[in-house]
Design a protein around this ligand. Structure first.
Ligand SMILES: [Zn+2]
Ligand SMILES: [Zn+2]
Length: 231
């Protein structure tokens, strides 16, 4: 079956499998120019040095570099939500291409791509793991290896009784572990962590710390969209 190529945002016909029509392309906040070397948020001006945003200067990041393809607003937000809640697999090839492009300066030959595991609540809803499919598509585009289950959620459901939703969330967001049978994929390796969206970076921090504890040499992160406070 050959489907006519359609815009990922508005569904209008487009001339090639490029992903977006001209109007939606202009309304999509691609991150270009100077960015924070840790979280990928856009920064004003130009610099030849690795620069860091205020948030990353105030927050310890256990990873060494990070990039984001889009700002989490307008069509950036629409695409993330389509992936997250709409099971929009058709977004994956184009989104992972954008992510591979911004990640390029961080890539090393021995790097292994590792997705952040699916959130507990989404697992209950039986949604597909958008981070895992993005990671696997990035691996195809970069030629790097991918270990989709290097990290796993450890669900301490018994200890959640009586806790508020916020407390449950806090408990679960810290409940990550290295897969006991995948340790060889992390030991001594540079790891590229992949997630769909970065807000505070708490989940990515937990995931990076777990990778380092499992023997990873260093960790970089790539997300489809970065929530930027001022953008
Ligand atoms: Zn469009
Ligand atoms: Zn930053």
């Amino acid at each position: 079956m050959i489907y006519p190529p359609r815009c990922l945002v508005c569904g209008g016909l487009v001339e090639s499998d490029f992903g977006l029509c001209g109007t939606c392309w202009r309304d999509t906040p691609f991150i270009t120019g100077l960015v924070c070397d840790l979280c990928g948020v856009p920064l004003p001006g130009t610099s030849d040095l690795a620069e860091h945003c205020d948030e990353c200067l105030k927050t310890v990041r256990p990873w060494v570099r990070g990039r984001a393809a889009l700002c989490y607003r307008d069509n950036g937000r629409k695409l993330v939500l389509g992936l997250k809640h709409g099971d929009r697999h058709d977004i994956v090839p184009t989104a992972s291409l954008w992510m591979a492009r911004v990640a390029r300066p961080m890539l090393t030959q021995d790097m292994v791509i590792v997705p952040v595991p699916l959130h507990f609540y989404r697992l209950l809803q039986r949604r597909f793991n958008q981070s895992a499919v993005l990671a696997q598509a990035m691996a195809r585009q970069t030629g790097l290896s991918c270990c989709p289950d290097a990290l796993i959620r450890t669900t301490h459901t018994a200890s959640l009784d009586g806790k508020s939703r916020e407390d449950r969330f806090a408990t679960l967001s810290g409940a990550l572990a290295a897969h006991p049978k995948r340790a060889q994929h992390l030991a001594g390796k540079a790891v590229l962590l992949v997630d769909d969206v970065m807000t505070s970076g708490a989940t990515l921090s937990t995931a990076a710390e777990v990778c380092l504890a499992a023997g990873a040499r260093e960790v970089c992160v790539t997300v489809l969209a970065r929530v930027a406070k001022d953008a």
